[in-house]
Design a protein around this ligand. Structure first.
Ligand code: PLP
Length: 379
């Protein structure tokens, strides 16, 4: 089935009781049983909910996986993956990734005895070198938030397989429309569904997709035992968002390409980070594993002061100054003080995330308005 057809029909069947074409919002906490243990497969809504089930099936289908699990946020999905581990286990993680993931690893899980080693995963050899007998999981993000670094998923999957280590890929920036990590050998794909999957900046949610039944059982056990499940209304919103993923992503990609080139040609703009440039270090790998380059990018101004960056951030009228990404509306963000503020400055700078870096989530408005807006704000 082609992507457009899959996204519109994924997970949804006409409702058996009424024929409703959209999966109803089953707003219930429990289900009446005919006799103790005799039920229609639903007992208590932390464990199962029909709206969530439709969405979890959709997640599996759009990521070419067998099983999907929905969580109350992207970080709750990440949290569930780390809970597969035990004290003493080690995770090799990318040194450039979403600040909240870094915070969860360093501030929450490190104190439970799980060890995290951060490496530059754009060179898969760094991962091979870092693997030890204690390594149980490799965690990568590609493209990364916010520097748009690219990691070769198939190369890392081969390393993980050889070392008998799980590979989880945060696929939030690409979305399933542009990249499917399970097809490239990953064990788990994770999304902040808050972003492109929901697509309308009106829901917080996360998901995991996998092929292995045993892994699914372990993660389902964590999902129901720890209870970070999304409500049915939120599941409905993401189910609806997925139906237009392809149309939105096409426009995100078109607008993204035009804006990346506009920025690169602007006399006041310094480095532009966008993986669709042919001279981007990850271009060849991105071209191999992605179907397009998306609408996320970051840039620095030639006048590299935080002050000048702040003026641009305050000066846009169509781009809204806000955290998050992947919605239909364009957003502008200052990673150093917003999305990545939880990473110590020294660590940030070492990994190339400067104080003046500006991140854009290019929306699906008319691109001429977006370019005019950036032009007047940059001055
Ligand atoms: C790449 C990436 N992964 C994970 C998350 C966390 O997702 P959530 O905010 O839905 O918990 C985010 C949020 O910005 C993100 O950008």
């Amino acid at each position: 089935m082609k992507l457009a057809t899959k996204y519109i029909h994924a997970g949804t069947e006409p409702d058996p009781s009424t024929g409703a074409i959209m999966t109803p919002i089953y707003q219930t906490s429990t289900y009446v049983q005919e006799a103790p243990g005799v039920n229609k497969g639903y007992e208590y809504a932390r464990s199962q909910n029909p709206t969530r089930k439709a969405l979890e099936d959709a997640y599996a289908q759009i990521e070419n996986g067998k099983y999907g699990l929905a969580f109350s946020s992207g970080v709750a999905a990440t949290d569930a993956v780390i809970k597969l581990l035990a004290p003493g286990d080690e995770v090799i993680a990318a040194n450039d990734m979403y600040g909240g993931t870094y915070r969860l690893f360093t501030k929450v899980f490190a104190k439970f005895g799980i060890r995290f080693t951060y490496v530059d995963t754009t060179d898969a050899a760094n991962i091979s070198k870092a693997i030890s007998p204690a390594t149980k999981l490799i965690w990568i993000e590609t493209p990364t938030n916010p520097l748009m670094n690219i990691t070769d998923i198939a190369a890392v999957a081969a390393i993980a397989k050889k070392a008998n280590v799980l590979l989880c890929v945060d696929n939030t920036f690409a979305s399933p429309y542009l990249q499917n990590p399970l097809d490239l050998g990953a064990d788990i794909v994770m999304h902040s569904a808050t972003k492109y999957l929901g697509g309308h900046s009106d829901v917080i949610q996360g998901c995991l997709v996998m092929n292995d039944a045993n892994l699914r059982e372990q993660l389902y056990f964590i999902q129901k035992s720890c209870g970070a499940v999304p409500g049915p209304q939120d599941c409905f919103l993401v189910l609806r968002g997925i139906k237009t993923l392809h149309v939105r992503m096409q426009r995100h990609c078109e607008n993204g390409e035009k804006i990346a080139h506009f920025l690169r040609n602007h006399p006041k703009v310094g480095k532009v980070y966008w993986c669709g440039f042919t001279d981007h270090p990850g271009y060849a790998v991105a071209g191999k594993q992605m179907r397009g380059f998306g609408g996320m990018m970051s840039f620095e101004l030639k006048d590299d002061s935080a002050e000048t960056a702040r003026k641009v951030l305050a000066g846009t009228k169509v781009f809204a100054l806000a955290e998050s990404l992947g919605g239909v509306e364009s957003l502008i963000n200052h990673p150093a003080s917003m999305t990545h503020a939880s990473i110590p400055r020294e660590e940030r700078i070492k990994n190339g995330l400067s104080d003046s870096l500006i991140r854009l989530s290019v929306g699906i408005e008319d691109v001429d308005d977006l370019i005019a807006d950036l032009n007047q704000a940059i001055g």
